[in-house]
Design a protein around this ligand. Structure first.
Ligand code: AMP
Length: 508
């Protein structure tokens, strides 16, 4: 009997008394300890009657015990479904209704609020708190570890991750044992992780970045991680002297840049900073290098595909690009409508194929079929291009593309011009419904502290740089851009907020 992912994790582990996870409060857990807990959780799941392929929904805070539980689910052959800790019980009831888990694990404080939706699908409810205690942990204390991992092949599903769903219903991406195993191995090698690495981990573990990219790379290398409950710039700086690597979303880097403790000295023994999940501003890349001497390595992936591209470990890490396709990943730029591959340099739909790409959306065969080309390439929904050196550039989500008076406008091009204006920190460009043009270009702009650059001044400066149809008709000065927990700008929130700007009376 073999279990594709668990066997690999086990085979890559260092001596069992080596530290795997150290928490912010100083709790140290060895590989042996976490594997023992995983085998105990597997036994608990089996005792409850869960069979391979059954789902476990988890709305739990980040803890070492939560990692053990997820490994326990892989051990037992079940499918875990991590859910954002910010979701309300009403939102959770959608995911529980869709995934139909046999077990729902939540924070003790949520047990009562979630009971009704669990009852609807006949799921049992158990708890795990941020300290890793709760009814499920108690059951694991009392049981004997399961003897051997359940038999699971490369194509069996290990996890279902729901996409953030900014438009329409959130979809469950089915990730197989080999999707996770192959990508983790590739990344650990590509980014040169070894047993001596200590990863500073301040990401949530319900999202692919913190859950798979960060945690699984550590597992594949037999390295260790400092596991912080959330991103807090002071805490990150406090722990950095003992770390060698960090993975973060762009907002980690912009916030750390404001921290007085960020100096070349504080980061001297760090060998790698990785950024992803949202675009890293070229300015942030430059400022980080100026302040620390390190070039942030930007990579690109998504829930459905794991990681697709990465800037090189050796060689130029080019700001504003996401690097080259990872080994084993095929990436092409295609015409969004026809799927025809476009000549190098042209902007189009990014499509990918490889062992990293998911097995489809849970119980949505038609949706799945419509997102793959006949030759197996997955249509990412991201627009981009490949430059003459082979670096991939992302220009935005396809759904953020603006069509005004029949012309395509790529928000990134406008944002880059606005961001270059002195006094501007960042911007987000969206299209709003317009009675004449179909859509009209509008920007939200965040200014530097004390800067007075105005709407009129920005529009005036853009007029010599951009064709008329690309120039924003209005600029809104805002304190900050709306972002989700992974640091992604929520353009749908901006669009909703301003949606009647041109359609109400007085439209220009
Ligand atoms: P998620 O499924 O939440 O990980 O979101 C995936 C999406 O995040 C991708 O489809 C991209 O639109 C975006 N994304 C991820 N990494 C990057 C990056 N380095 N630069 C720009 N966008 C990114």
């Amino acid at each position: 009997m073999s279990n594709h992912l668990f066997d690999l994790v086990r085979s890559r582990a260092p001596a069992l008394d080596r530290i795997f996870i150290e928490t912010g409060s100083g709790e140290r857990r060895t590989y042996g300890d976490i594997f023992d807990r995983a085998a105990r959780y597997a036994a608990v799941l089996q005792d409850m009657g869960l069979a391979p392929g059954d789902r476990i929904a988890l709305q739990i805070e980040k803890s070492a015990e939560a990692v053990a539980l997820k490994l326990g689910s892989i051990f037992a052959g079940t499918i875990f479904v991590p859910l954002n800790t910010a979701y309300t019980p009403a939102e959770i009831s959608y995911f529980v209704g869709d995934a139909e888990p046999k077990l729902l694990v939540c924070d003790p404080g949520r047990r009562e609020a979630l009971r009704a939706c669990a009852d609807d699908v006949g799921a049992r409810v158990e708890t795990l708190d941020p300290e890793g205690r709760g009814s499920l942990a108690e059951l694991a204390d009392l049981t004997s570890p399961a003897a051997a991992p359940a038999s699971r092949g490369p194509d069996d599903i290990a996890a279902i991750l729901y996409t953030s769903g900014t438009t329409g219903r959130s979809k469950g991406a089915m990730l197989s044992h080999d999707n996770l195993a192959s990508n983790a191995l590739t990344l650990a090698e590509h980014w040169r992780f070894t047993r001596d690495d200590v990863l500073l981990h301040a990401l949530p573990i319900y999202h692919t970045h913190g859950l798979f990219v960060a945690t699984n790379v550590v597992l594949m290398a037999g390295a260790s991680m400092i596991f912080l409950p959330k991103f807090d710039a002071d805490e990150v700086m406090r722990h950095m002297p003992r770390a060698t690597t960090m993975m973060g979303v762009p907002t980690f880097y912009t916030r750390l840049l404001q921290h007085p403790g960020l100096t070349p000295d504080a980061t001297r023994h760090m060998r790698l900073f990785v950024s992803g999940s949202a675009p890293l501003l070229a300015d942030t890349h430059r400022d980080w290098r100026a302040k620390t001497g390190h070039a942030i390595l930007e990579r690109y992936g998504m829930t459905e595909t794991n990681m697709n591209t990465s800037n090189p470990y050796d060689g130029d890490r080019v700001a504003g690009t996401v690097g080259f396709p990872l080994p084993g990943v095929s990436l092409r730029i295609a015409d969004p409508d026809t799927g025809a591959v476009l000549p190098q340099g042209e902007i189009g739909m990014i499509e990918v194929k490889g062992p990293n790409v998911f097995k489809g959306y849970w119980r949505m065969p038609e949706k799945t079929a419509s997102e793959f080309r006949a030759d197996g390439f997955f249509i990412t929904g991201d627009l981009g291009k490949i430059d003459e050196r082979g670096y991939v550039h992302i220009v935005g989500r396809g759904k953020d593309l603006i069509i005004t008076g029949g012309f395509n406008v790529y928000p990134k091009e406008i944002e880059t011009e606005i961001d270059a204006i002195p006094g501007v920190v960042e911007s987000a460009v969206v299209g709003l419904p317009h009675p004449d043009f179909g859509e009209s270009v509008v920007a939200a702009v965040v200014r530097e502290k004390g800067a007075t650059v105005s709407e009129a001044a920005i529009i005036a400066q853009l007029s010599s740089k951009l064709a008329k149809f690309k120039q924003p008709k209005r600029i809104f000065i805002v304190d900050e851009l709306p972002r989700n927990t992974m640091g992604k700008v929520q353009k749908n929130v901006l669009r909703d907020g301003y949606k009647t700007l041109f359609t109400d009376k007085g439209a220009k």
